[in-house]
Design a protein around this ligand. Structure first.
Ligand code: FAD
Length: 390
């Protein structure tokens, strides 16, 4: 391989580029990103940056010297607009064509919007800076969607003295992901602080200063944040011949077509540890998957399936939520350590006969690591059920 191309220049794309170099690849390495900024970290956007605890320069993933040391053909501010699989060429918005022997797709996701198209979203640095400018004491922020992102933004806005209303279609926020009991516990954190949480309400239209609900009611706001999930950035791959369906479809080795791999939020791959296809939007996974894709691309003869225990965290008010595994579609949840009411607990998730996930709040890392190990070793639910305290 003499020409490697990575499309998408954030956590997954950067990790892929660094790994290629670290593993001895010394050919041309083109890194293409449509944002103007050098690679930066997204999780602080809804936490330290929104709260003004950090400024934008702290989000940069690597110092300029470290980027320079990678000897990249770096194309920032330039979108990839097409892929010719047979000819092995990536087309760019500026009209140029970049040939490759190996390609890694790491184009992430973008925020979903709602009809009307108004309000803020929170995916990029510019999104976060624009919202931050508008938050402050006495401002009324309406957040559409009480998932992890909406909850984090609500917590920060509350801390900044804003009046916050959270609108959520489900009866219990996040119940589909973490189960009803844990979802209710997370909701209480909002209610205890006087954040207004309205569940079972569907927003049908979003303007910049108001949203309309399905029953016709209009909820006025100073600012609206739409936090209703994301869409994989795969449009540029339409007609390329790559299989795309809620992300770039890959096998267990992260390969989407010969010499083409995907990594990060955009990749939908078969995770052999859970025996299912998944696409996860987690920061740690993006970097690990970028590394794994790069290694498999570079050494196809020794390639390894990518079989991680996914991990994510979320900071809301004074709580750090940490979750391991694949919680979605679980059959049962049980609080196995601590106490929900005290916001110090581990909840374990069963899918079939196995423990497939664990979510912890306020627990020491040692305890959480043990649960991670159970998930990684495919422990049966009965084996761990003995630890249950409730
Ligand atoms: C506000 C916020 C808070 C988060 N908090 C957490 C958290 O607490 N914990 C956690 O685990 N995860 C969190 N995440 C998720 C985490 O940030 C992502 O999983 C991670 O950033 C994914 O990295 P990525 O490189 O796959 O994708 P991205 O970071 O989305 O990077 C993809 C890049 O590719 C670019 N791109 C897209 N299309 C093209 C194209 N056609 N041509 C060129 N470039 C293109 C995009 O603009 C972007 O710059 C958070 C995300 C956000 C937005």
């Amino acid at each position: 391989m003499n020409r490697a191309v990575v499309v998408g220049a954030c956590a997954a794309g950067l990790a892929a580029a660094e790994t290629l170099r670290r593993e001895g690849y010394d050919g041309t390495l083109t890194l293409i990103g449509d944002e103007p900024h050098p690679p930066y970290d997204r999780p602080p956007l809804s936490k330290q940056l929104l709260a003004s605890d950090w400024e934008a320069d702290r989000l940069v993933l690597r110092a300029a010297d470290d980027i320079a040391a990678l000897d990249l053909d770096l194309r920032l501010g330039t979108a990839a607009t097409g892929l010719d699989l047979a000819g092995r060429v990536v087309r760019l918005a500026d009209g140029s064509r970049v040939p490759y022997d190996g390609l890694i797709v790491a184009t992430g996701v973008r925020a979903r919007r709602l009809p009307g198209g108004g309000g803020h979203v929170l995916r990029t640095l510019s999104d976060a800076l624009a919202l931050r400018e508008r938050l402050g004491p006495g401002r009324h922020l309406v957040v559409v969607g009480a998932g992890f992102l909406g909850a984090e933004a609500a917590a920060v806005a509350w801390r900044l003295g804003a009046r916050v209303t959270l609108l959520e279609p489900a009866p219990v926020p996040l119940a589909h992901a973490v189960g009803e009991e844990v979802g209710r516990m997370l909701s209480r954190a909002h209610l205890d602080r006087g954040v207004e949480l309205r569940t079972g309400v569907t927003v049908t239209e979003v303007g910049d200063r108001a949203v309309r609900l399905a029953d016709g009611e209009v909820v006025e706001a100073d600012e609206v944040l739409v936090a209703v999930g994301s869409l994989p950035n795969t449009e540029w791959l339409a007609d390329s011949g790559l299989a795309v369906g809620d992300g770039v479809v890959c096998d267990a080795y992260l390969e989407a077509a010969e010499g083409v791999y995907a990594a990060g939020d955009v990749a939908r791959w078969h995770n052999p540890l859970f025996g299912t296809a998944m696409r996860v939007e987690h920061r740690t996974n993006a970097a690990e998957q970028g590394m794994a894709a790069a290694r498999n691309l570079l050494r196809p003869e020794g390639r390894k399936p990518f079989a991680p225990v996914p991990y994510f965290w979320s900071d809301q008010y004074d709580m750090k939520v940490q979750a391991y595994g694949f919680l979605r579609g679980h059959d049962e949840v049980a609080v196995v350590e601590g106490d929900l009411a005290e916001r110090r607990f581990v909840a374990a998730y069963r899918t079939g006969a196995r423990v497939t996930g664990a979510l912890a709040v306020g627990m020491p890392p040692k305890v959480i690591r043990l649960w991670r190990r159970s998930i990684a070793s495919r422990a049966s639910w009965d084996e761990v059920a003995g630890h249950r305290v409730t």
